[in-house]
Design a protein around this ligand. Sequence first.
Ligand code: MN3
Length: 250
Amino acid sequence: MHRLANRRQFLLQTGKAGIGACAALSMPALVSSCAVVRRVKGPSGTGFKQEPLPYTYGALNSAIDAATMELHYTKHAASYAANLQDAAKAEGVDTSKPLEDVLRNINQYSTAMRNNAGGHYNHELFWKIMSPRGGGQPIGSLATAIDASFGSFEALKNGLADAGKNLFGSGWAWLVLDGDKKLRIGATPNQDNPLMPVSDLKGFPLLGLDVWEHAYYMRYQNRRADYIENWWQVVNWDFVGKRYAAAFRS
Ligand code: MN3
């Protein structure tokens, strides 16, 4: 018992409980504390209303045309926000709390909540991780972590492109920070995201790429791979890097 208590203390202090360490603990209280240790909290505070787009519709034209941006923001994303507010009202959700709280407990809510809470969160993030002054390469601690995890920035780009291209139907490709503070690449179907317990890919979303056809079809038609290739020109690495640093500290 004494050894177990010490071990629990060790896990809580280091925050580095791996899967093996978690499996080795058999007492329910210790297992649950282990699960808490392995979650990255990350920056929170996404609201339930749509925020203004941080640039003009045509600002990302090197990758995404103005008509696509306008439809995407004013119709698709706006619908998720409106439907989310309806669902929140119907299901008694306190909309003064961060949306992340709903996503992390999505099993308690309806399918409408899952689709629209995910849809709203994903798009609010998507607008922020792009910029007319984007492109180039990640810098600082994120660049170091990308090299350590995937070998190179090129390998990250290839991995994310594969995740996006191989996703059947509509959804998102992601770079996330998982509970072991490791970077992971993956995809989620529909409007799911990696904060949801139902997602196979779990972690804190650092960067998400919308690969629904509405995000690219007018310019690229069926050429999802070309859209992804051009998209790197507008990725806001300054924002993503700060998000990584904040999530890593949490
Ligand atoms: Mn979309």
